[in-house]
Design a protein around this ligand. Structure first.
Ligand SMILES: [Ca+2]
Ligand SMILES: [Ca+2]
Length: 311
């Protein structure tokens, strides 16, 4: 099937073993029509025959629909790849959409498939997040009309933090009312943020005041495996020679191409700041600590840089 959906993520297939399919029948399938009103004794005697009529694997009449493959695409979603604001919060509500493809048929072909239905459930929950019907009508995401692959979109909303394995349940119903076993496919929802990285600091090691204000240019490169746009801010804290923090901490650096910030080009990942060191500054060795944060508020490595100030 992969050749038919080149635009999606790689998909995984899930198949029941014979044993699981028979086991699941009792939970998800109903007995064949006509068996429901039999007296108890009759049920005990004829139970096997009724079960056969309601099970797709051991059915010999060929009138029970069979689901052979269910595919969810994508089969995994990283909620940290979705942004709804400047920073990613655990409580952000995300609107997700996946495609479902199910191969359904009636083995003997005497009956038609009447409907193929799906539900999306959070693990441990019995309340579906989404329900709907799949169609074999050639309308997206279904690729070919009448080929036995039933397709549709499932749309639902979760909070960013609600990661885990979600279940997609699919059942097919034939025109005679017989229903297939429930086919389960998994949808993995994860948080997969990567922290940003700071490198290539450009800053002076020593500054000689000589009773004049001095302008310092600071540049540092920030990157993020999730993309440069994932870097939310780059800043430094400075500490005086006696160890006390500067009153203006933290100082933000800019990648805006603004000359007043000392930044040469916007959006190139090099964050800059120009600062004035007053002529009356305390002499000695200052400590500068640089760090970047991404949209998940995850911090990068810290670059510590000493600057020695003399008169
Ligand atoms: Ca990141
Ligand atoms: Ca820049």
């Amino acid at each position: 099937m992969s050749r038919r959906h080149p635009g999606f993520f790689p998909r995984t297939r899930f198949r029941f073993s014979l044993g699981l399919r028979i086991f699941s029948r009792g939970v998800h399938s109903r007995p064949a029509e006509g068996c429901r009103f039999l007296p108890l004794l009759g049920l005990m005697i004829l139970g096997l025959a009724c079960e056969r009529a309601g099970n797709s694997v051991i059915d010999v009449n060929g009138d029970v629909p069979l689901l052979t493959t269910v595919v969810v695409s994508p089969s995994s979603i990283n909620t940290d790849s979705i942004n709804v604001g400047p920073s990613r919060q655990p409580e952000d509500v995300l609107h997700l959409k996946v495609a479902i493809f199910a191969d359904a048929s009636v083995p003997a072909g005497a009956q038609q498939i009447a409907s193929v239905q799906f539900s999306v459930l959070q693990e441990g929950s019995t309340t579906p997040l989404a329900t709907g019907e799949l169609a074999d009508d050639g309308t997206a995401p279904d690729e070919a009309k009448g080929d036995g692959t039933y397709s549709g979109w499932a749309s639902f909303a979760i909070k960013r933090v609600e990661i885990g394995t979600y279940q997609v349940e699919v059942t097919a119903q034939a025109a005679n009312g017989f229903r297939s076993s429930t086919f389960l496919a998994s949808l993995e929802i994860v948080r997969g943020n990567h922290p940003p990285l700071l490198s290539d600091l450009q800053a002076p090691d020593t500054v000689k005041l000589a009773n004049e204000d001095r302008l310092l240019y600071l540049h540092v490169r920030a990157s993020d495996p999730d993309g440069l746009s994932d870097v939310q801010r780059v800043a430094f804290n400075s500490y005086r020679p006696d160890g006390t923090p500067s009153n203006s901490n933290p100082f933000q650096l800019y990648d805006d191409g603004d000359a007043s910030h000392g930044d040469n080009a916007p959006g190139d990942g090099i964050y800059s700041l120009s600062i004035v060191l007053p002529s009356t500054s305390q002499t000695g060795t200052y400590r500068f600590e640089f760090q970047a944060f991404d949209r998940s508020n995850e911090g990068s490595n810290v670059i510590v840089h000493p600057i020695t100030v003399t008169q």
